[in-house]
Design a protein around this ligand. Structure first.
Ligand SMILES: Cc1cc2nc3c(=O)[nH]c(=O)nc-3n(C[C@H](O)[C@H](O)[C@H](O)COP(=O)(O)O)c2cc1C
Length: 187
């Protein structure tokens, strides 16, 4: 039942070092790719990073960009406190998905958000942890981050909408009781 996966999903911020199995990754990606899109344009792309050196590299370039004050929405004080040698915005997850959309797409954000949520729910169904991470999106205008993105195949006419850390949780998955907010107004 889909409601079980929805209730099991929570943000996981500590991961076991081993990667999820290839079949599990394929199921997550299949679910992600089944997401709807406005006018069915299906232009969100999902970049899958699993190589250790590439994971280290992205953690470093994003942390450096943040430290340099190039992260949208991060205060100077928070940025200054970051140590780029040790800070990992992706919680050392052994798999990272980066979702992009064409910059000129009217539905760039909402289309990619559907893809992201589908991926996270399928992961929850498999008891695999995920966390949506905003920091590539925040820093994507930084030269070092853009160079990294270009290098993995992100085109200059694409924007990063979000990324998802994926892996086996190091501890128990503890979904929050979500009772407040996301208000329903029946009229
Ligand atoms: C658009 C969006 C951006 C988010 N960015 C981050 C992030 O950069 N880092 C992080 O640790 N969590 C991030 N989160 C996770 C939220 O903090 C989390 O979903 C929220 O606190 C509710 O907790 P839950 O996911 O366990 O239900 C993000 C979630 C969303 C939807």
């Amino acid at each position: 039942m889909i409601i079980k996966a929805i209730k099991n999903r929570c943000s996981v911020r500590s991961y076991k070092p081993e990667k999820i199995r290839e079949e599990e990754l394929q199921e997550i990606l299949e679910a992600a790719r089944m997401a709807p899109s406005g006018s069915n344009i299906r232009k969100t792309r999902i970049f899958v990073i699993q190589k250790e050196e590439t994971l280290k590299e992205i953690a470093k370039v994003v942390a450096l960009a943040t430290k340099a004050g190039h992260a949208d929405g991060i205060s100077k004080e928070r940025a200054a406190a970051i140590d780029p040698e040790t800070h990992n915005f992706f919680y050392h997850a052994p798999t990272l998905l980066i979702m992009t959309s064409p910059e000129d797409s009217y539905n760039a954000y909402v289309d990619a958000a559907c893809v992201i949520e589908n991926a996270m729910l399928q992961a929850a169904e498999l008891n695999i942890g995920t966390c949506w991470v905003n920091n590539v999106r925040r820093t994507q205008k930084d030269e070092g981050v853009r160079a990294f993105l270009r290098n993995i195949g992100v085109r200059d006419d694409e924007i990063v909408i979000g990324c998802v850390a994926v892996g086996y949780p190091a501890g128990e998955m503890k979904p929050k009781e979500q009772t407040e907010g996301h208000e329903v107004i029946r009229v």
